[in-house]
Ligand binder design. Structure first.
Ligand SMILES: C[S@@+](CC[C@H](N)C(=O)[O-])C[C@H]1O[C@@H](n2cnc3c(N)ncnc32)[C@H](O)[C@@H]1O
Length: 187
């Protein structure tokens, strides 16, 4: 999906509305994993939320651009599979359109839940379905993954870490998305 289409996709509103229902009118801390241009930060600000925002991305250039574009937020270069934050650091942890481009999802999902206090929001543009398809694509700079995961084990992992998992299928002309809005299981 192009960056413009990703930025306008209705799945942003689905996630932002649910975060607003929980945290509107009070400051809250949010970690966004795999930020690219900082599109989620933009949506949260537009919704008028009092978000104390930290964004991470593996790409040095993405983080440098976000620092220039949005100096009001914190931007750090790191991997979603190895988050340099203590357990329970953020009220909300968001991860949109990233798990599909990892070699697999499990380490990253466990990291999202480890650093979350309450809410984990995951959005996929490769909507999970059988059969699982792990596709490694060569690029000029190496390779990227474009994976479509089997829903069963993925959703079982989310349920094992959550008190509740809301699954929302978001239709769109060009690409359906699926949002998993999870409330973390208390210890
Ligand atoms: C398709 S973009 C999604 C950007 C944004 N979240 C959105 O919804 O439009 C995927 C981003 O994830 C980043 N990414 C890929 N692997 C990562 C990893 N292991 N850790 C953190 N970010 C990663 C890429 O650099 C890229 O900026």
């Amino acid at each position: 999906m192009s960056e413009g289409r990703r930025a306008e996709h209705p799945s942003h509103a689905v996630v932002t509305e649910r975060i607003a229902a929980l945290y509107s009118g009070a400051p809250f801390e949010l970690l966004d994993c795999g930020v690219l241009s900082g599109v989620t930060y933009h949506h949260l600000l537009q919704a008028g939320l009092e978000v104390d925002y930290t964004g991470i991305d593996i790409g040095e250039a993405a983080i440098a651009d976000c620092r220039k574009l949005h100096p009001g937020a914190r931007w750090e270069q790191m991997s979603v599979a190895d988050l340099a934050f203590p357990e329970g650091s953020f009220d909300v942890v968001n991860c949109r359109h990233v798990l599909e481009s990892l070699p697999y999802y499990e380490t990253a999902v466990r990291e999202l839940f480890r650093v979350a206090r309450r809410t984990v929001a995951i959005c996929m543009f490769q909507v999970p379905r059988e059969p699982e398809a792990l596709l490694r694509r060569e690029t000029a700079n190496g390779y990227i993954w474009l994976n479509r995961y089997a829903p069963g084990p993925f959703e079982a992992l989310l349920h094992s870490l959550s008190e509740s998992v809301e699954i929302i299928d978001v239709p769109a002309d060009h690409r359906r998305n699926r949002v998993y809005f999870c409330t973390k299981r208390s210890a």
